[in-house]
Design a protein around this ligand. Structure first.
Ligand SMILES: C[S@@+](CC[C@H](N)C(=O)[O-])C[C@H]1O[C@@H](n2cnc3c(N)ncnc32)[C@H](O)[C@@H]1O
Length: 240
């Protein structure tokens, strides 16, 4: 079993900055932007877990430019990704944008803000199983009442098919025990065009639904999205 920092340290050897060229995850960001705009009016606070080089913030600051009272917060533990974020932030965001990103992993985040939306785009595959219950509890605490958590992970059937047909990307299968139920967990390589290869940990949809239900967050929307030739699932959980 790998330790938790292994997963974000992978990004110190990658070229996530090429995201701008390859537009990887951009369709997901657009879907998140549309969703937030359609669901919310008035003052807004958004937290992005594992924000990478800040590409979701690029889109959201643009989409929500007519709204003055938006607070953006986030975290990014990879020193290299955070460095790219800082460089870009100086040239991209207006001085008036309220944006705070800490160079830390999610479980070490300290903030007093309560959020309307918390997002995690392909970040949960970098949390080890032992971190997941604590992570879900922390998300619950950071959300406002009826706040929403937007989780994006690889689409389960798309991933199962890939693991079947591309044996070389499969590393190992583990069993997770959560509230007396057993779930599979697959460790595998993901090759991201022009960026590099990372190791991911994926679990079935049913695991996440159970994890958040146990932490008083109910699934209110599931949407399959296509981005850069891959399929992912956007889950929206609402704090009860
Ligand atoms: C696939 S990248 C996605 C980055 C960004 N969400 C995007 O879509 O552009 C995964 C990100 O999760 C971050 N990450 C990994 N482990 C993390 C943790 N424990 N807490 C917060 N972020 C983490 C990585 O450093 C990396 O930037």
């Amino acid at each position: 079993m790998k330790n938790s920092s292994f997963f974000y340290r992978q990004y110190d050897k990658l070229k996530w900055a090429n995201q701008k060229k390859t537009k990887v995850n951009f369709e997901i960001f657009k879907a998140i932007g549309r969703y937030i705009k359609s669901q919310h009016r008035g003052p807004l606070a958004i937290f992005d877990i594992g924000c990478g080089i800040g590409s979701l913030f690029d889109l959201l600051t643009h989409e929500l430019r007519k709204q003055n009272d938006v607070i953006f917060e986030g975290c990014e533990p990879s020193a290299v990704n955070y460095g790219y974020f800082l460089k870009k932030a100086q040239s991209t965001f207006k001085k008036s944008t309220k944006i705070t990103v800490k160079n830390t992993d999610f479980l070490s985040v300290i903030t007093k803000t309560k959020f309307d939306f918390i997002t995690a785009v392909y970040v949960f595959p970098h949390f080890i199983a032992e971190q997941l219950p604590m992570t879900a509890r922390k998300i619950h605490t950071m959300l406002k009442s009826h706040g929403r958590f937007l989780l994006v992970v690889a689409n389960e059937s798309y991933l199962r098919n890939r693991l079947q047909s591309e044996k070389k990307i499969f590393i190992e299968k583990n069993t997770l025990l959560f509230h007396k139920r057993k779930f599979e967990e697959w460790m595998h390589y993901s090759d991201i065009r022009q960026i590099g290869t990372v190791i991911d940990l994926n679990r079935p949809d049913a695991y996440y639904i159970e994890l958040f239900k146990e932490n008083r967050m109910n699934l209110i929307l599931t949407k399959v999205l296509k981005d850069s030739g891959a399929l992912c699932t956007l889950f929206v959980f609402e704090k009860a």
